[in-house]
Design a protein around this ligand. Sequence first.
Ligand code: MF3
Ligand code: CO
Ligand code: CO
Length: 317
Amino acid sequence: RQARRREDALEDRHQRAPADLMRAPTPMPVPIKSAEDIAAMRVAGRLASELLDYLAPHVQPGVTTGAIDRLAHDYMVDVQRTVPATLNYAPPGHTPYPASLCTSVNHVVCHGIPGERRLRAGDIVNVDVTVIKDGYHGDSSRMFCVGPPSIQAKRLCDVTYEAMWKGIRAVRPGAHLGDIGHVIQKHAEGHGYSIVREFCGHGIGRSFHEEPQVLHYGRPGTGLKLQPGMIFTIEPMVNAGRPGIRCLADGWTIVTADHSLSAQWEHTVLVTPDGYEVLTQSAGTPPPPPACGSSGSPGRYRTRRTAPSPRSSPPAR
Ligand code: MF3
Ligand code: CO
Ligand code: CO
């Protein structure tokens, strides 16, 4: 979602405040989900991830992004019995979004509208889906390489994935939102990339976009303190070049101002009593990267009540 101006962003004078277009009239509290909410969000999250699993084999050279949108729509409506949250989604100041998912190719940062554009070998594309099941939203996106990727494109996708996971691994009660933003920013900028400031992760539940805003940059120890039962997305947008963006005339498509490549990954995450649980999981979810550096959360990946991620292993040196 589009980041609005907030105190956290203003605390750091070196960081430009995000755009103000979606400022709520009054500050809303951060919802703490009930056990029933959490159970329903696990279902919605799994369905979003299963939709990406279903679409993955179709992301091939020669396929149009519009064809992927139609496949997604029909799978949601006919197979999952979910509602495509993005279809006709119209936040204040926006025309209704015309598709059932977003396909953001190469220098498109986010909110790319599917159409007649054919994917070509060498493209990278973010596919971002949000399903509604029994009134609850599940929101996730993945990067796909169409045919063999260039080394630079693959590296951007990998570093962005690692950045998202560093953010996820910072999630635990007592941690601050600034801790999440900080590790994401540090990882991306440490590789010479930049973080898009104008869009952020978001609380999610019965609403598509709710409190809190989850900025993908920040300072440790700042911002909201996390509590068990909070659910939000982490969805960093990372540009290979400069951080600046532009919005196309369609009112939705966001591109890098310098036309550099951009990547994004997204999971919906629950704050648990001892760490985190990734809600947008299914059989085809890519495994988390090996844990490197400081991020001591005992978070759970594949199973809810057992050990840490099966793929976590000592850092390769
Ligand atoms: N799924 C996006 C997100 O992660 C929002 C897309 S809204 C749309 O928040 F209207 F552009 F589809
Ligand atoms: Co989202
Ligand atoms: Co999304």
